[in-house]
Design a protein around this ligand. Sequence first.
Ligand code: UD1
Length: 431
Amino acid sequence: MNVTPHPAPTDRFVVRGGHPLRGTVRLSGAKNSALKLMAASLLSEGTVELTAVPRIADVPVMADVLRGLGVEVELDPAGETARLRADDPAWHAPADAVSRIRASISCLGPLVGRTGRARLALPGGDRIGARAIDLHLRGLQAMGATVVEHPGEVEVLADGLHGAAITLDFPSVGATENLVMAATRADGATLIENAAREPEIQDLCRMLVAMGARIDGIGSPNLEIEGVDRLGSVTWETCPDRIEAGTYAMAAALTGGDVVIERVRPTDLTLPLIKLRAAGVIVEEGADSLRIKAGDLEAVDVVTLPYPGFPTDLQPQLMVLLTQAQGTSRCTENVFESRFSFVQELVRMGADIEVDGHHAWIRGPVRLHGTTLAGLDVRAGAAGTLAGLVASGETIVRDVHHVDRGYADFVPRLRSIGADVERVPTDAADA
Ligand code: UD1
């Protein structure tokens, strides 16, 4: 198997602040959709052709996971396309690629649905919070599967899944996706209550329907899936990345800029746009574009929650914006317990932030100053870069392989709208 090498872990971004971002930036398909659409190919007895596949590092890693499961995968990063065929998938994925990417757990549901058996290494990815998979496993057990735990691996066996009524303790994105995919091939109807309804899950469900699945309630917290005998070929365009769009929106607002963001669905960003407007940012919505103009920034309170709540994946970037707002903002994190680990990096830049449990109080405006930051995860790395855009002097963001996992062409896109940022490769950085 051809395993994609790990990205160089010590590449870094060097950011020099003080430049308002101006211009137009066109974004990618959603990371959190594309990876699941790729996993769904395990269910297809034909060909899955995906477009708008983002040029991010997680995509070739997911391709390696699927190749390890016997799927034929052709990626064309230049054309942002992927073509996948799972004629005879294997059930035991090699650990190397699987353990590098959290989204590989999305292979569990489709694999059990298709072959009745799956064994995967426990997933990797960002180190944010416990990131358990108990809800995935309990749901599969309710559908008749047996779970066997091995050191560092989990195995799920089913002699034919049956439909079940499942109420999730929490609307977990990953658990909802796995259970929907498994249920498409179960015998009878499965009802998932308290299901997650993120736009990327809706994208997955709609693609499954186009492949022949029967799913009612898409976009609602109650999904009803009637199992079918076979899923076929599909050609599907990945939905736009709302988190990437929100990141650029905050970068524009933060730097006093004026930026048009293309390939975005404003309706996927309802609450983030409400919060940006409440913070004094001028937002103009087009059908598939946004124009973000700076205003006088004011404090706002934000609570992260599953969709349609404010996304946890935009919380670090928003916190950077709020360091520049007049007054005291409060941010409450409800999804990942250790997402505030990024705060210590911002405080080292001069931010005035106090954390108590899952609340943070941000007092602004303060002048941030450049320093060297750890890019602790994909969103923290992006947020650190944003902080550098308004800091005095030079900001160095380390460990940018995390940013590469979720943002296509981050540095070129930021530079195209006027940011002074460059990527310094390992050798030069260490010289
Ligand atoms: C997905 C996204 C991630 C986003 C998150 C929440 C992908 C690849 N990643 O992650 O970017 O931040 O949704 O919007 O799509 N939990 C359990 N038991 C479980 C499952 C989850 O306790 O079985 C907990 C997790 O530890 C976490 C919370 O529920 O605290 C949210 O997890 P979940 O919604 O499943 O997120 P992911 O699918 O991992």
